[in-house]
Design a protein around this ligand. Structure first.
Ligand code: SF4
Length: 319
């Protein structure tokens, strides 16, 4: 058995395709230490992210980025059994029960499978996506096997500037998994991050040039109004996909309602008091400059990230 106190640490860099984690990857190359790089594919990503990460090693001389994906096959089967067993007792019609049960089959898309298994989308108040889609797959599929061989140092591309929450994180700490977490670009500015790209002759992820302020889920549940508008203008296929997902997740829960954003309509709307707004409605609203007050409290309070994980695996939008 290896002695963790004397063994050299194994280095692991988490990358998302965003600028900060890429800068961290480049810093790891500069260190001259051997390291692994891992990307957690949520299934809610723009295709440019896959292309960028699949070629990062060719463009930089660093290691190939490994991809992990969460698998919800067991959770879906468990929840399907629950639906078939319990919903009829609650008086839910056989047609609805059978439709929901049939949809509890793995689609192969982690984000959608997670939402089906929970019967809902994540929200700012219940942000299970970061942990279920990123933290757990990276920890269970990469960090734990590495820990069997010796200590692990995870390099995280987190900057204090990104949010108040991130500014309170330490530069270095121990994670619950037993690995050590290091934030080597903690004091870097955005300009430092871009300078690091230029130093290595690496073009940033093209999504930034296309108007995105952050790279990550498309969209992220924490996105701002302007980000949603940009996605709808530049990448309407992704809005169509989310609309399809809303229909699927709606059919997998007994409320028969599920929306990607937990944005309520105006509670004083006498026709639909307290109902939630689907993505299509919110896209229409994102194009307005006036008259959209009913969603304002939800979106304008968003920082671009509610990521509470100390692994900081979801990029925040530049302030
Ligand atoms: S917080 Fe946003 S970017 Fe992170 S996993 Fe959830 S939806 Fe995706």
């Amino acid at each position: 058995m290896s002695d963790h106190r004397s063994a050299k640490p194994q280095h692991l860099v988490s990358v998302s395709g965003g600028k900060d984690s890429t800068a961290c990857y480049l810093l790891a190359i500069e260190s001259g230490r051997p390291f692994r790089a891992v990307f957690a594919d949520t299934g809610n990503e723009h295709e440019a992210v896959y292309e960028y990460l699949s070629r990062l090693h060719e463009r930089t001389g660093g290691p190939r980025v490994e991809t992990v994906r969460a698998d919800f096959t067991k959770q879906l089967a468990r929840h399907r059994e629950f639906v078939l067993r319990e919903w009829p007792k609650q008086g839910i019609s056989n047609e609805i029960v059978q439709e929901a049960a049939a949809l509890h089959a793995p689609t192969g898309n982690p984000y959608l499978d997670l939402c089906i298994s929970k019967g809902r989308f994540p929200s700012r108040m219940a942000q299970f996506c970061t942990s279920e889609l990123k933290e757990i797959p990276i920890t269970s599929q990469v960090v734990f096997p590495m820990l069997k061989r010796g200590p692990v140092l995870q390099w995280l591309g987190i900057r204090a500037d990104e949010s108040r929450n991130r500014a309170t994180q330490p530069r270095f700490n121990r994670h619950d998994s037993g690995s050590y977490l290091w934030r080597p670009i903690f004091r870097w500015s955005v300009e430092d991050v871009w300078a690091q790209h230029r130093k290595h002759g690496l073009k940033p992820n093209p999504l930034y040039e296309m108007g995105m302020g952050r790279v990550g889920c498309m969209p992220c549940i924490n996105c701002r109004k302007s980000e949603l508008r940009t996605i709808a203008e530049r990448f309407p296929d992704h809005i169509d996909r989310i609309e399809r997902w809303e229909r699927v997740v709606t059919s997998t829960n007994k409320r028969r309602s599920s929306t990607f954003f937990a944005a309520v309509t105006d509670p004083t709307d006498v026709d639909r008091p307290g109902t939630y707004a689907g993505i299509r409605t919110l896209v229409q609203w994102s194009r307005t400059t006036r008259g959209g007050r009913q969603y304002g409290m939800f979106f304008e309070g968003q920082q671009g990230s509610g990521c509470s994980s100390d692994l900081g695996l979801c990029e925040t939008e530049a302030a």
